[in-house]
Write a protein that binds this ligand. Structure first.
Ligand code: TRP
Length: 332
């Protein structure tokens, strides 16, 4: 058991979980729990780098936890926890910020994008976000970090920080690798299929959330942007909208692109959109119902996140103690 490789990942509860987070992340996590020792967190400390409404953040954090479990993530087999419940993240985060360079943080594309969008709140936390994320990963001595493409740069800077620290103090941190899932890695917006599906465009119909009602899912698919041809063919460059619908359908219905092309040969995009919409509704229905059931059982959720935090802290504290000693803090 001890020789299992360690996995850590997390999602910020700063918006609703989307179909993209289900297909691109959580669905894959479910399949890893037998082979790896897995830690999955709700990254609430990262969420406050952008201003949050407190009551909303609390609600979304619990909803996200319920959805993790409703998606099939077994709390017995995985350590599921809330980041702020494990002080080791903040403790190691501070130490690592002293081994992260101003220059390298300035080059992070996520910081550049977010500060451009958020000119009135370019705070220090937004800037040092990668040091905290490095702590999230290194504190568990993770081998693999399942992330989307957009987070690869954060795993790279995490490795750079680990190499720097190990270089000064000797072998302390394991070097993690990004772990990018093969299929369904990137679900695109239904309205702007050249961009990733993002929780920020919930109102435009470009984004589907796991907890959305069937009517609104069907409506969003009906309005999905396609192209001026008529042929259902997988070609993400020339036909990003249609290919995205095919990608979603492939995952939700368990079909190959060839099977989908055959199914829709001679039919129009209207049929495709309606069929994919139905498939998504049926995929999300049991998850939405189970999440609602779990959310009505606050005591159960509390037991999950308390156990999770305890288990996580046990592993994380070992690393913090080792690091504190190496940098020269007096032991307690
Ligand atoms: N930065 C990630 C995101 O925006 C969330 C995150 C925080 C994370 N800490 C992490 C992901 C550690 C993987 C590992 O989606």
């Amino acid at each position: 058991m001890d020789d299992k490789k360690i996995i850590l990942s997390g999602i910020k509860p700063s918006g609703e979980l989307t179909l993209g987070s289900y297909i691109g992340a959580i669905k894959n996590w479910v399949e890893l729990s037998d082979e790896y020792e897995c830690y999955y967190m709700l990254a609430d400390m990262h969420a406050i780098t952008v201003r949050q409404e407190p009551a909303e953040l609390r609600r979304r954090t619990l909803e996200q936890l319920a959805q993790y479990i409703a998606c099939g993530l077994d709390p017995e087999k995985n350590t599921i926890f809330i980041q702020s419940h494990v002080p080791a993240h903040a403790e190691l985060g501070w130490v690592l910020s002293c081994y992260t360079m101003f220059g390298e943080l300035s080059r992070m594309t996520q910081f550049k994008d977010k500060s451009a969008k958020n000119e009135e709140n370019i705070n220090a936390g937004l800037f040092t976000y990668p040091s905290l994320m490095a702590a999230d990963i290194l504190v568990y001595q993770a081998d693999l970090v399942p992330v989307g493409d957009d987070q690869k740069q954060h795993v790279e800077i995490c490795r750079d920080i680990a190499v720097r620290f190990n270089g000064i103090y000797g072998e302390t941190f394991k070097l993690p690798e990004p772990f990018i899932p093969k299929a369904g890695a990137r679900i695109m917006s239904l309205q702007e299929p050249q961009n990733k599906m993002s929780k920020s465009e919930q109102d435009s119909g470009g984004c589907i959330c796991i907890l959305d009602k069937p009517e609104s899912i069907l409506r969003a698919f009906k309005r999905a942007v396609t192209d001026s041809e008529t042929e259902v063919r997988y070609d993400p460059k020339a036909k990003p909208g249609v290919s995205n619908l095919m990608q979603i359908y492939a995952v939700c219905a368990g079909k190959t692109f060839a099977e989908i092309e055959a199914e829709f040969s001679g039919k129009g995009y209207g049929d495709l959109k309606a069929t994919v919409g139905e498939a998504v509704v049926e995929t999300l229905r049991p998850i939405r119902e189970e999440a609602a059931r779990l959310l009505s059982d606050k005591a159960y959720l509390e037991q999950i996140y308390k156990n999770g935090a305890e288990r996580a802290a046990r592993a994380a504290n070992r690393t913090v103690q080792k690091v504190y000693k190496k940098v020269g803090f007096v032991g307690k």
